[in-house]
Design a protein around this ligand. Sequence first.
Ligand code: GLY
Length: 321
Amino acid sequence: MSHQDIRGVIVGSANARVGFPAAIEILRAGGSAIDAAVAAVRAVEDDLDDQGVGTGGIPNILGQVELDASIMDGRTLAAGAVGAVKRYPHPIEIARKVMEVTPHVMLVGEGAELFARYHGFEPADLLTPEAEQAWRAVVGGEATTRSSVYEDSYQLYMQAVKDWVKLLHKEIFGTTNVIVRDLNGDIACAVSTSGWGFKWPGRLGDSPIIGAGNYADNRYGAAACTGRGEMAIRCASAHSVVMYLRHGLSLEEALRQAMLDLRQLDDPFAERHNVMNIVAMDRHGQVLAASTSSEATYVVQTVEMETYEERPRLHVPLHEV
Ligand code: GLY
């Protein structure tokens, strides 16, 4: 594998492309990886057509949009995250603020919203008519049996969860992530999501959990996940990729091994073919991504390129074939 040193590069999930122009401009001007990563993710959070991230995200079972995000600075291993944040459209910026001004890594729910208000973030209505319609179609309307999710019964709740999983489609698992290496060679990784569509209030996936959905370390590289967050949490997938790089595996080997680790999970909710995706960068700025789907893609752009390039992911099926 080539160890060409690539600086001024951004890689991310396919939906992150809408944020690449802002990030590339920052990188070309000599800006930091953190600034570029936040700018890229912020643009996806503002993309109303994206029903898995920011404004326009599919709400939870109660019809409230709850957002999660995290950021990690590969220079220092500083990290910030927020979870289950309502009414604030740019959780990635709140996560950055948590990283920069608090002694904490993660704030959730009302505490995160109080923190955002205190720091001058502007609240907004995150539920678009399209997302509300999707919610009504699944939770209300003809799906009358699902009213059981409001009852205080674990068994009924579990049945409802099984019903939701049957309804999941690619948008429902939507998340965005980017890994950036700036002209100084510093790496940052940022992730944002509205989580599972129709999720239980307060449910957190991997996106706000450092080590699960996001990890960056200048010395070895970085990784970020999209897909069924519970799996990435259980396998600490983002950290695993970086740990495998640390132990001398190539980028492709590290990604493949982290994907193969998922096969150890006994997970009845993981029957969809596109259940987990990881993007990764090594310390030289080389990039690659993997997926349990043979059709998934990722996007990459360097400061020398006029626009992004969309590439197929390394295919590592969840089950042995
Ligand atoms: N990967 C996003 C989530 O599970 O919420």
